[in-house]
Design a protein around this ligand. Structure first.
Ligand code: ADP
Ligand code: MG
Length: 208
């Protein structure tokens, strides 16, 4: 099991973590979100929606409807709130199909019907640290997804000044607007020209 812990200072940062995770998901994946009321589960799902190419502005807690479906350009998102659900059958009656191949399933309060979810889900646990900070633990079964999520969520050096920047930081992949502007300036002044034939190593991500 790969476990990643990220601290977010704001709701926007929590959304960005959800968005970064979504980029690594595939249709059929299931994300189970744990945390008390107000922890930030729906906020995280808003980020998942954005990462899957759904209209994230329409994502709200589906407490009274059990399920909401959002069409996305990369995958559809089904968002379930199982708080008031008593059985897997009740979920099916509401139209939830765990493991549906064209859909990423995101579930709040999954522990209410633990038998309902597909094997090997991605588990997200959000714990409030104070009014505006949260600790987010993401657990993924060992394997390629775990490696990809680890690579996506770990901090990388700012392209301008090399300070470590996480994907949840506002100016990702830069550490600040200043470094973003400095990089743009280098583009405009032609410093990123390649003056020899392109080799395959030039196209590998993360190389300089
Ligand atoms: P849940 O779905 O877990 O009940 P919501 O996502 O609906 O929680 O609400 C989380 C609340 O906490 C929102 O009002 C949000 O603005 C606030 N909040 C404050 N800081 C954070 C943070 N770092 N991450 C997520 N939400 C936060
Ligand atoms: Mg909620």
């Amino acid at each position: 099991m790969g476990t990643f812990v990220i601290d977010t200072p704001s709701p926007e940062a929590t959304e960005r973590v959800g968005r970064a995770l979504a980029m690594e998901l595939q249709p059929g994946d299931c994300v189970l979100l744990h945390g008390d009321l107000g922890a930030g589960k729906t906020c995280f799902v808003r980020g998942l929606a954005a990462g899957l190419g759904c209209d994230a502005t329409t994502v709200h807690s589906p407490t009274f409807t059990v399920m909401s479906r959002y069409p996305g350009s990369l995958a559809n998102l089904v968002h379930v709130d199982a708080y008031r659900v008593g059985s897997a059958e009740e979920l099916r009656d509401a139209g939830v199909e765990p493991g549906a191949p064209d859909t990423v399933l995101a579930v709040e309060w999954p522990e209410r019907v633990p038998e309902a979810w597909p094997a090997g889900p991605i588990e997200v646990r959000i714990t409030p640290v104070d009014t505006s900070a949260r600790s987010i633990e993401i657990r993924v079964a060992q394997g390629t997804l775990s490696e990809r999520v680890g690579a996506t969520l770990c901090a990388k050096p700012c392209p301008s000044c090399r300070v470590a920047v996480g994907p949840f930081d506002t100016d990702w992949p830069f550490c600040s607007p200043r470094c973003r502007a400095a990089d743009l300036g280098r583009w405009f002044s032609g410093q990123y020209q390649i003056t020899r034939p392109i080799e395959s190593r030039d196209l590998e991500e993360g190389t300089e």
